[in-house]
Ligand binder design. Structure first.
Ligand code: PMT
Length: 408
């Protein structure tokens, strides 16, 4: 039986060309046994008539906040409380902006404010609108809330002729995200119960002298999101982190380090406790052979600094006896898949998570796209986690890891 069976869902539809896909989503939800009520904004009705959704859902479509007849049947506050989940698909930049500021100027935004049900948002807009700093700020604000989930947007050709991120995800993908939300509430809260997950995150800093260092652009966002997701899945979480500027999720045991050598030492003091090791840290591959104790003076036109290779923490962990389930990350600018698979084999890992970096991707961003590779009975397995918030990706990744960990 589907986890959506008998779930009460509000499908909130805003005005965008992707509205036609919402009719397909509605059918998919009903097929899963959900009871769906549709709410449309005035602009959504410019694209598709309410009759389409009424016929498909078997319920009258609501759009006005002060509709006396509808309010007599089920008031808007009652409707907000009736819902087990609200899905906004498509969600325009305008509606996203309004709900991120807690506005309640129409039925849809009022429901979002009055409900305690999880909110699944499937953005759909022009790619420039999606990338606009204001939209990104609004999305960031919303996805920081634990009851808000993001699905997409997808990349591709847009109705306006542009190409880029902003297309609404396909109805099947939105359905899967919806199922994921319930999976978390109902099952994932115990999926790693009793297990200890050790995670490395952030960059390392390799000092050259007391004022200069070499490092990289890792912000720790990916690693900290994974720590949060692992915690939500019931695990004990130990985080060994390079220097970052983000808050440590409450309940996570944190160990702050600076250099790759310190990270290596700390990980090895903790690894025996770990059932799962996830290496998201961007560890410096090299460090200066010597650290000057005094500031290097600019007396010469050229300065040569000699570097030595750091030990590979992940490879070292994966070669210990009784090793934990080892998950590595591969940050690649090119040939991502082949380099990632090479790391999977060479570092003797149980799973590798590849992501494209460079061109403003991967590092520092709030969202990403991940490709997972692992072997099952000598057959290479691949799973793509489409572009989404790192928070959302972390939850999906923890789910995949827990499935494979159980089988290992
Ligand atoms: O922190 P964010 O800004 O959110 O960015 C996220 C991220 C891009 C840093 C993250 O998604 C990511 O890809 N992390 C791994 C970066 C990396 O160092 O990749 P790599 O291909 O160089 O290393 C492969 C694996 O070996 C990684 O799991 C790494 O943690 C590990 N490694 C590498 C070198 C070393 N000395 N010790 C290690 O453990």
């Amino acid at each position: 039986m589907s986890t959506l069976n008998n779930k009460k869902i509000i499908l909130a539809v805003t005005g965008g060309i992707a509205v036609y896909k919402s009719a397909i989503l509605l059918r998919l939800l009903i097929k899963q046994g959900a009871e769906v009520r549709v709410v449309m904004t005035e602009s959504a009705k410019e694209f598709v008539t309410p009759l389409t959704f009424q016929a498909l859902s078997g319920n009258v479509v609501r759009s006005e906040l002060f509709d006396q007849d509808a309010e007599a049947g089920m008031g808007h506050i009652e409707l907000a409380q009736w819902a087990d989940q609200i899905i906004i698909a498509p969600a325009t930049a305008n509606t996203i902006a309004k709900i991120s500021y807690g506005m309640a100027d129409n039925l849809l935004t009022t429901l979002c404010l009055a409900t305690r049900a999880p909110l699944l948002i499937a953005p759909a807009m022009n790619q420039k609108m999606w990338h606009h700093p204001t939209t990104q700020k609004n999305i960031k604000k919303l996805s920081a809330q634990s009851s808000v989930f993001l699905c997409g947007p997808a990349q591709g050709e847009q109705a306006c002729g542009d190409t880029g991120f902003g297309r609404m995800e396909e109805p099947q993908t939105i359905l899967e995200s919806c199922l994921d939300c319930w999976c978390e509430d109902n099952q994932q809260s115990v999926v790693l119960k009793g297990k200890t997950v050790l995670i490395t995150a952030g960059p390392t800093i390799e000092d050259i002298d007391p004022v200069r260092y070499i490092s990289n652009r890792s912000s720790g966002k990916m690693g900290y999101a994974i720590a949060r997701a692992a915690l939500d899945s019931g695990a004990r979480v130990i985080l060994v982190s390079g220097p970052v500027h983000i808050e440590v999720p409450q309940g996570v045991e944190i160990h702050q380090v600076r250099s790759a050598q310190k990270m290596h030492k700390k990980v090895f003091s903790l690894v025996e406790q770990a059932d799962i090791f996830i290496a998201t840290a961007a560890v410096a591959d090299y460090r200066p052979i010597t650290k000057n104790h005094e500031k290097i003076k600019k007396t010469n036109d050229r300065l040569n600094i000699e570097f030595v290779k750091n030990l590979d923490i992940l490879s070292a962990v994966s070669s210990i006896e009784n090793k934990p389930f080892c998950v590595g990350f591969a940050a690649e600018t090119n040939q991502m898949k082949s380099y990632a698979i090479d790391k999977l084999k060479r570092k003797n890992l149980d799973m590798i998570v590849a992501n494209q970096v460079g061109d403003d991707k991967g590092f520092e961003k709030d969202d990403n796209e991940l490709s997972l590779y692992w072997f099952k009975e000598n057959d290479l397995q691949e799973k793509i986690l489409p572009f989404s918030s790192k928070k959302n990706l972390a939850r999906q990744l923890i789910k995949e890891i827990s499935f494979n960990f159980k089988d290992s």
